[in-house]
Design a protein around this ligand. Structure first.
Ligand code: URP
Ligand code: ZN
Ligand code: ZN
Length: 466
């Protein structure tokens, strides 16, 4: 069995920071021991990686991606091959992508289609959540089957009437089922019925530019839906995970519920922490690059999101990576903002942007690893294998250079999309080397991975939430 030792780095997990050497054997972490200790010095290995002056951190776990995802008459521009390769470049070694049940089809058909898209394509390990577009007796029964196959979380939409939307009764039924079978309900919390009224009114007034996407998708309608989802989960006796939280008012709803001891959880994304409605208002249709839902908010909301991440009212930062090229895809909405495909690229930059948040003083180093690696792994049934550096865990390891300087740009990123949402942004810190199950997939900023290295990871049920 091949042995690798990583020597001299600062090992950072959600729990601690220690100058330690890491021994890898057969694709798993075999041991950690204090750097310079006679125990660690005694390890023999086929390969030694010098991590002096660097951080040694768990590979990132991005619990919200959409590769090859159908939306608004087109598909997100990253395939599983290109998207997982870009993720690897950015130090993410596991994604949980959303398989889609399209209307008129079963969950089984949706899941099989997503397995076919990902099979033999991925550079890193992957798992699936399931989007329910129809809650029926049939799909409720299928939820039980899928949880047995390691698809243990289900996304419902209070937005997008006529496409993915579920009404309150359907949501309640799915939550009740999840309470029984251990499946976690993930909620896109926006009042889509009210939003559609505001969209129609805005367009009738000639308000067609991308910035109106942000104006009609009001923070209050995110907060209202978040509140309603929490109450429905209470009635069902189910836990709840709210995805892509962007509004301060929605964070307040989560915080209030958590103060009551309710099992409700929230995720936010880098775009809400670093970008704002100023970007949506960029002229010449450039704002379309930033159209996603929930939408970017005025800058003032960012403080509440950072605070939520520090206090624990928000637990996870995922990317909601859902890229559409500006040319030919975002352009579908020229003259009508409601036709701009919703979603933004980001899978490559989450670890770096959150390291920048450490540098800027928003979060600690351990919290960085907690919200980007450990907690998403734990909450989504990957504890013990992903998100930490501990004996027995998969050797998904990133050597991170905290002093490297980089500038984010479409000219240098690896995502299959023709713009960067962070063009020109300076970042302190950069991924240097990445191991996935002990195999080097990025070696001193050269890609050495391959499509098909990444494996499907069935997940345990999402019961380890707190
Ligand atoms: O705008 C977004 N977020 N697109 C992806 C679909 C979703 O709602 O997560
Ligand atoms: Zn969503
Ligand atoms: Zn999403």
């Amino acid at each position: 069995m091949s042995r690798t030792v990583i020597r001299g780095g600062l090992v950072i997990t959600a729990a601690e920071e220690i100058h330690a050497d890491v021994l890898i054997e057969g694709g798993r972490i075999a041991a950690l021991a204090a750097h310079g200790s006679s125990y660690a010095d005694g390890w023999s290995a086929d390969r030694t990686i010098d991590a002096g002056g660097k951080y040694v951190i768990p590979g990132g776990v991005d619990a919200h991606t959409h590769m090859d995802f159908p939306f608004g008459g087109t598909f997100s521009s990253d395939t599983f091959e290109t998207g997982t390769r870009a993720a690897a470049w950015g130090g993410t070694t596991t994604i949980v992508d959303f398989a889609v049940q399209s209307r008129g089809h079963t969950l089984r058909e949706g899941l099989d289609a997503w397995h076919a898209k990902a099979e033999s394509q991925c550079a890193i390990d992957y798992a699936f959540h399931m989007i329910l577009s129809e809650v029926t007796e049939g799909t409720l029964k299928e939820m039980d089957l899928l949880t047995g196959e390691g698809v243990t979380s289900f996304k419902l939409f209070m937005a997008y009437p006529g496409v993915f939307y579920s009404d309150d009764g359907q949501i309640l039924r799915a939550m009740q089922r999840g309470a029984d079978n251990g499946g976690l309900i993930m909620m896109h919390a926006e009042n889509g019925i009210a939003i559609d009224v505001l969209v129609e009114q805005a367009l009738a007034q000639g308000k067609t530019d991308p910035r109106y996407h942000g104006e009609v998708r009001k923070a209050l309608l995110e907060a209202e839906a978040t509140h309603r989802a929490i109450q429905l989960a209470r009635v069902a006796g189910a836990p709840l995970y709210v995805v892509h939280v962007s509004a301060a008012e929605a964070v307040a709803e989560l915080a209030q519920a958590r103060d009551k001891g309710l099992p409700v959880f929230g995720e936010t994304c880098p775009q809400y922490l670093f970008l704002s409605t100023d970007n949506l208002a960029e002229p010449d249709f450039e704002g379309a690059k930033y159209v996603c839902s929930t939408p970017l908010r005025p800058k003032e909301h960012q403080a509440a999101l950072w605070r939520g991440l520090r206090t624990g009212d928000l637990q996870v930062v995922s990317t909601d990576h859902c890229p559409f090229c500006f040319t030919g895809q975002k352009e579908l909405g020229r003259g009508d903002f409601s036709k701009i495909p919703n979603g933004m690229p980001g899978v490559e930059h989450r670890m770096d942007l959150l390291h920048q948040a450490v540098v800027d003083g928003h979060i600690s180093r351990r919290r960085w690893i907690d919200i980007a690696c450990a907690t998403p792994a734990r909450m989504f049934g990957l504890a013990g294998r992903k998100g930490t550096l501990a004996p027995g865990a998969d050797a998904d390891v990133v050597i991170y250079d905290p002093r490297a300087e980089q500038t984010l740009s479409a000219a240098t990123h690896h995502m299959n999309v023709d713009y960067s949402a962070y063009e020109g942004k300076r970042i302190t810190g950069q991924v240097e080397t990445v191991l996935s199950r002990g195999e080097t997939i990025i070696d001193h900023r050269t890609y050495t991975g391959r499509a098909g290295h990444g494996r499907y990871v069935p997940r345990a049920s999402c019961q380890n939430l707190n």
